[in-house]
Design a binder for this molecule. Sequence first.
Ligand code: ATP
Ligand code: LTN
Length: 338
Amino acid sequence: MAEEVKKRAFSGVQPTGKVTLGNYLGAIRNWTPLQEQYDCLFCVVDLHSLTVAQVPAELRKNTLELVALYIACGIDPEKSALFIQSHVHEHTELAWILDTIAYVGELNRMTQFKDKSRKHADNINMGLMNYPVLMASDILLYQAQYVPVGKDQVQHVELTRDLAERFNARYSDTFVVPECLLSKSGSSIKSLQEPTAKMSKSDPNENGYISLSDDIDTIRRKLRRAVTDSDTDAHCVRHSADKPGVSNLLNIYSLCSGTSIAEAERLFEGKGYGVFKDAVADAVISVLQPIQAEQKRLLGDKAYLEAVLKRGADKASCIAQKTLAKVYRKVGLIPQIR
Ligand code: ATP
Ligand code: LTN
């Protein structure tokens, strides 16, 4: 009997700074269940990180820590390909071809490019502008149908779709046109200090985010300090648009404890923000503690991590080579005789 061909899913996180609870609840956590259904590739996108200035030794450390974190969060290297983007050179090669069909105007309009240009006004480099094209290359190289990401990446996936369709129209059907997979409540976790902005690992205010490596005391302190809303019913734990701070905490509580928002509202009725924030901290700690312990254990076993990365890159390369060869042929490049 012919083996059923599984659809593919691809995603990645940059090894910059500290991975946040937003990255976990919005992206990484949602990857694990996909492994049962799809042929998954999960990548540490180190080349993307270079678009903002990095300290080389820190980048190396962050990259390995992120690999260990993926596994600690439930990515199973037996089921999914786990690899580092720079280990598969086809990513940058395909990005060049896609560059030739991407318009400066559309890249200029990308929200993340505009945000990062504002934040790093002294370093608005070509890589920063090209970032979404490299991301499109990551996805299209593997003919991935699904891309599980947080809300802030939807625009980039839409550009990826546009590039795939443009290439297919110009050179005949080549790429699978991918779709975003968004989790319902985790797709946009907000800053603890500014609950209308997303929780971001590059936030200069460390109290705005919970890092996956924060210890118990830090997690409690940050959640106690979280901005709640100053309204008349100041102690009413309720999810609503006029209470962005409390709603964000309720979201986090619900995702970490498995309790529905409505149930949580009932649970904390009349209890006040202090009790509620402590309960959110307990829920977050119960999720993060086992992940931290497992990540630490894995980082002590470099040989295992290296073997995982080698296997992951070998599997990814096999697929990437096929797609790139097809693309080179379609655009009219002559294959090298070997
Ligand atoms: P930076 O702050 O440097 O822009 P980041 O925190 O956005 O980084 P990325 O590596 O760019 O982190 O994102 C990794 C994944 O995490 C993406 O899928 C992104 O959509 C998701 N993500 C990031 N922040 C959040 C958030 N606050 N809520 C939900 N998902 C998020
Ligand atoms: N831009 C993404 C990271 C990223 C990515 C990808 C996500 C790079 N390449 C491919 C999904 C698929 C971000 O989260 N900032």
